[in-house]
Design a protein around this ligand. Structure first.
Ligand SMILES: NC(=O)c1ccc[n+]([C@@H]2O[C@H](COP(=O)([O-])OP(=O)(O)OC[C@H]3O[C@@H](n4cnc5c(N)ncnc54)[C@H](O)[C@@H]3O)[C@@H](O)[C@H]2O)c1
Length: 434
């Protein structure tokens, strides 16, 4: 796809594309990549598809990934020994933080300190309280921060937001969301590059604020399996679900959370569950069921059901709306009454209107609508929104506060599962109760 068609397909504002097309080379936003692993390389592809931006610097704890990142820029980006050296470059306007989660807080704060705007991958935080530090620092330093749950920038979720806002679903009181997989790769057992060794992997740089441990390629390349660096399913997957739910429902944070997790199958030394279920109750008047297993993939990746009194919205790659078709039917009850009373019941005009079968076909014909958007990488519009914020200084919806609250849901889920108790939100602190 050409750059132009990618931008058009991604639904990026023509204004943004146009204004950037006119910008001189010096107006280009200069970006540094901190962490150039699997996700960062996708983010780079998205940035390379957008006008008005240039990737000028990279740093990674494994040589092979820094090398691949430089190749992606046609040799134009420069590799730095560590994030401090990269952040010291005055010409860099903004950085992408795409390291394992335990590094996010420190890297975001260091980037703010050196005057950079930031795109931080989800989950924004490794611990809930990190979020408040990041929100405060962003405000004090007047920095733009956008978090990387790109789904909310997709055309499908924008459409879902419109439908919910217009009241098409009626009153939504329950939302079900799931992430199911059934492969080793889905369970984060990624292949380890054959040249990985203490010569090519900077173990101390990877560990950073995490507990000291002996060199381990499994920990380095499959860090999601270990609590020292990740919150497992909750911080890797539920955080995406919560971001979307908060966005679509205009919700802040759940008042109460209960969860249970179990490791049934992938017993490879990991210390996080492969099956996790949670219930989150929101003061806005709805409840969320989150569910994930790595032992069956029958419900697809990142799927949602928003269930309302007037309709249901199923969201995955596409979106399906089905109007509710609920019909009062008391036949089996009234059939137990004396015949005379049953006959009288069905003579009542109100009952006839609500319960007599002739009115059913009309209701049954109620609308079902589908909206599909395939083959478009939603990271492109999400990145375009970040670049627009950097230019306008107006934060996008998925800012530090949104990122903090979505990640905090994941931390509440993990705490509840671990401590076998209900975990609550403290709305005065905007953080979970400890
Ligand atoms: N938005 C999404 O859909 C999505 C998808 C995948 C991953 N992610 C997120 O992206 C982040 C990275 O995940 P990944 O799958 O790319 O992991 P990864 O292991 O492939 O990449 C992480 C990279 O960070 C590097 N690194 C570690 N410490 C570093 C440091 N101090 N300085 C510089 N580099 C350092 C590692 O060498 C590694 O190459 C995580 O936060 C993850 O949750 C988001």
């Amino acid at each position: 796809m050409s750059r132009r068609s990618l931008i058009q397909a991604a639904g990026v504002s023509p204004l943004l594309a146009q204004s950037d097309a006119k910008a001189s080379v010096n107006d280009r936003i200069q970006v540094g990549m901190i962490g150039t692993g699997a996700r960062a390389q996708e983010l780079m592809q998205a940035l390379l598809a957008l006008p008005g931006v240039e990737i000028v610097a990279v740093v990674d704890a494994y040589k092979g990934r820094a090398q691949r990142a430089i190749e992606r820029t046609g040799g134009r980006a420069k590799a730095y020994a560590n994030h401090h050296d990269l952040l010291a470059q005055k010409s860099i306007d903004a950085v992408v933080v795409a390291t394992p989660d335990h590094w996010h807080r420190q890297l975001v704060l260091d980037a703010f300190e050196s005057g950079k705007d930031v795109y931080c991958e989800k989950p924004l935080t490794y611990r809930s309280a990190d979020g408040l530090d990041i929100i405060r620092a962003a405000r004090e330093r007047n920095r733009i921060l956008q978090v990387g749950s790109q789904g909310m920038s997709s055309a499908v979720q924008q459409k879902a937001k419109e439908m919910i806002r217009a009241g098409r679903l009626g009153r939504i009181t329950i939302i079900r969301a799931a992430y199911n997989r059934n492969t080793a790769s889905g369970a984060w057992i990624y292949p380890i590059p054959p040249d990985a060794s203490p010569q090519t992997v900077n173990w101390e740089m990877f560990l950073g604020p995490a507990p000291k441990r002996a060199f381990s390629l499994e920990r380095f390349f499959r860090w999601r399996c270990f609590e020292d660096y990740s919150g497992g399913i909750a911080t890797d997957l539920f955080v995406h679900l919560c971001t979307t739910i908060h966005y679509l429902m205009d919700a802040k944070a759940p008042a109460k959370v209960v969860a249970m997790g179990e490791l049934y199958r992938w017993k490879d030394g990991r210390d996080v569950p492969d099956t996790l279920n949670a219930i989150l109750e929101y003061p806005e008047g709805f409840v969320v069921n989150l569910s994930s297993t790595f032992n069956n993939q029958s419900s697809s990746e990142g799927s949602f059901q928003f269930l309302g009194t007037e309709g249901s919205l199923t969201i995955g790659d596409g979106l399906t709306f089905r109007a509710e078709n609920a019909i009062e039917d008391n036949r089996w009850i009234v059939d137990s009454w004396p015949t005379q009373l049953e006959e009288a019941y069905y003579k009542d005009p109100k009952v006839r209107q609500a319960e007599v079968p002739e009115s059913w076909p009309q209701k049954a014909a109620a609308a079902s609508e589908q909206y599909n958007q395939r083959g478009i990488d939603t990271t492109v519009p999400h990145m375009a929104n970040w670049l627009a914020s950097i230019r306008t200084r107006k934060p996008y919806w998925e800012d530090a506060t949104a990122g903090h609250r979505a990640a905090a849901c994941a931390h509440m889920v993990n705490r509840s599962a671990k401590e076998r108790r209900l975990v609550e939100w403290d709305y005065t602190k905007d953080d979970m109760k400890v």
